[in-house]
Design a protein around this ligand. Structure first.
Ligand SMILES: [Zn+2]
Length: 290
């Protein structure tokens, strides 16, 4: 299984990310190129990148499984302020360049929030923005994340994701990231994940799934909330999440934990262990804090 978690880019950039992933016994990871809430980004140190790539090789981590996540401040769906929308487009372009420098092939993107736009206009705005970002030279694939339906989010069902994909010019440069918490909160019955995969396969195609965010949810199915819970500590539950993680139809898809820290400590070493052993950890907090 290709499994890892969100890691902090921090001072050491990609090199620090690799070190954290190794400490969690992960064989992949996901990172933001800076704080997800802002646009402050520091220059990439190519010497550190070379060191990171060496460390990846030494630990048999395939760089093609590593995922970047675009910051939340990017919103391609709303164009009420054209300059703000253009800022999102430009920032996403820069993020793709940063990924290229880092040697990372995938970047997850929230499709955006409509705010006061109609869903039809939001769709046009998203596709217009993506078609401005993606050209024939683009080397990094954007992965549209399935959303919970909190507020006015776009991309909250298979049809909305399909609508975006259908309107992208360079279709082989865009994919999808499934998020188990978001799917649950959007109304998908995760205990029948194969039914969801059947629908996705029919409407879009499973080859488009390049990443899975493996999270439990604090809220019930269909709540449209988007609050992640530790593995086995939410409404989806351990057994269902294990069934999803081991589903043979998404076997080669990297699984990324975005579960909450426990009192400022990352829980990922223990959560990854529980998933690999298929054994629920009912004393996760004690383990993480010891
Ligand atoms: Zn996610």
């Amino acid at each position: 299984m290709i499994i890892g978690s969100h890691v902090n880019y921090g001072k050491e950039g990609l090199l620090g990310c690799v070190k954290q992933a190794i400490s969690y016994n992960a064989n992949t990871f996901m990172f933001y190129t800076g704080a997800p809430q802002n646009s402050i980004r520091k220059a990439i140190d190519m010497q550190d990148v070379a060191k990171a790539h060496n460390l990846l090789k030494e630990n048999n981590i395939n760089i093609d499984t590593i995922i970047c996540h675009a910051p939340y401040i990017i919103n391609l769906a709303n164009k009420a302020k054209p300059e703000a929308w253009q800022f999102s487009v430009n920032f996403l372009k820069e993020e793709l360049k940063r990924c290229e420098l880092l040697g990372v092939s995938y970047i997850v993107l929230h499709p955006g929030s409509c705010v006061n736009e109609t869903r039809e206009n939001a769709l046009q705005n998203i596709c217009g923005g993506l078609n401005e970002v993606i050209d024939s030279e683009t080397k990094v694939m954007i992965l549209l994340e399935t959303m919970a339906g909190k507020g006015t989010e776009y991309g909250i069902n298979t049809n909305e994701i399909k609508q975006i994909l259908n309107n992208i010019i360079y279709k082989n440069k865009i994919g999808v990231c499934l998020d188990t918490c978001h799917l649950n909160d959007s109304g998908v019955d995760m205990s029948n994940f194969d039914i969801y995969l059947d629908e996705f396969a029919k409407e879009i195609g499973l080859d488009k799934v390049k990443c899975l965010h493996l999270n439990d949810s604090l809220n019930p199915m269909g709540s449209h909330k988007d609050r992640h819970a530790n593995i086995g500590y939410g409404t989806i539950g351990f057994d269902t999440l294990i069934n999803i993680a081991y589903n043979p139809r998404i076997k080669d898809v990297p699984k990324i934990l975005e579960t909450p820290y426990i009192e400022d400590h990352a829980p990922y070493y223990y959560e990854i262990k529980a998933i690999l052993e298929k054994k629920f950890n009912d004393h996760l907090k004690e383990d993480v804090l010891k």
